[in-house]
Design a protein around this ligand. Sequence first.
Ligand code: NDP
Length: 284
Amino acid sequence: MTGTIVYGSELSLERKGILKEKVEALVSTGKRIPCLAVILVGNNPASLSYVKGKEKGCAQVGMTSRFFHLEEDASQEELEKVIVQCNEDPEIDGILVQLPLPKGLDEKKAIDTISPDKDVDGLHRINVGRMYLKEKGFIPCTPKGIMALLEKMGCEIDGKRAVVIGRSRLVGEPVAKLLQDKNATVTICHSHTKDLPAVCREADILIAAIGRAKMIDHTYVKEGAYVVDVGINRDETGHLVGDVDFDDVREHTTAITPVPKGVGPMTICMLLENTFQAYEDKMK
Ligand code: NDP
C-alpha cells in the first residue's frame, strides 16, 4: 500500500481562496477589512520567518496585518503594554504573540494578557477552557489544521484508535482532545512512554508532534494507518525534515502528510480563519 500524500500547501490554498472571496465581499460593500496584529520579541531567525509567513498569508487573502517588533531585551511590562494597546485598538481583530519568547519573559502571562476575543492562536486559558468544555472559542491553529488534514485524507475518525506522540499545550494535548471529541479512542505518548513503537502500532491515526528528526520509522506504524507529521527539524545536512521518516513509512500508510508542505501551511491558514472568525464575532 502506497499512501496518498496529502499536502497542506494545497489544502491551505483552497481554503485561503474561500477566505479571499469573503474578504473581497467585505471590500465591495465598503466594510472594514479584518486585521491581525503579530508581536515578535527579538530576532530569532525561525520566529522571523514564521512571522513573515503570517504576514504573507494575510496579504494573500486581502486581510491587513500589523507587525510589532520589540527588542530582544524588552521587558515583560513593555511586551504587555503592546498587547494591551492591541486589545484596545478597535481596528485589530486578532493578536498573535510569536513563541517562544526570549528567556526571562513569562509566556503564560503574556498570552493571558491578550483579550480572549482576540486570542486567535487559542492559547489563552479562557479559550483552552472553552475548548475542553466544548464551548465556542478559538481552537489552536496547528491542532485545527491537523483535523482539517485528516478530513482531507478521507479519514473517518469515529471509533478509530488514535495515538498522539507529544503532550504539549500547543499541539499534543489539544489535538488529542479534538480527536476524542470526534469519538476516537486516544492514547497520548511522551518521553516516559514504555515501548513506544508497540503503542504506536495500535494506531489507525498516528500524530507525531515530537521534535525529533525522522524518529518514526515503519516499525511504529500499523499497516494502512493515517499519519500526520507535525515535526519541524533540520537533518544533518540542514534540510527541513519531520518527525516521521517519510520514505520508510509512506508505503505502510493509507495517507501521510509531508514535511515541508504539510502541517505548517495549515497552521497559518487556520490562523487566518480564526482572525476572520474574530472579526465576524465582533461585527455581530
Ligand atoms: P514540545 O517540545 O513542547 O513537545 C514535544 C513532546 O514530545 C513532549 O511531550 C515530549 O515528551 C515528547 N517527546 C520528546 N522526545 C520524545 C521521545 N523520544 N519519545 C516520545 N515522546 C517524546 O514540542 P511542540 O509540541 O511544541 O512541537 C513538536 C514538534 O512540532 C516540533 O518539531 C515543532 O517544531 C513542531 N511544530 C510544528 C508546527 C507546525 O505548524 N508544523 C507548529 C508547532 C510545532 P515530554 O512531555 O515527556 O517531555
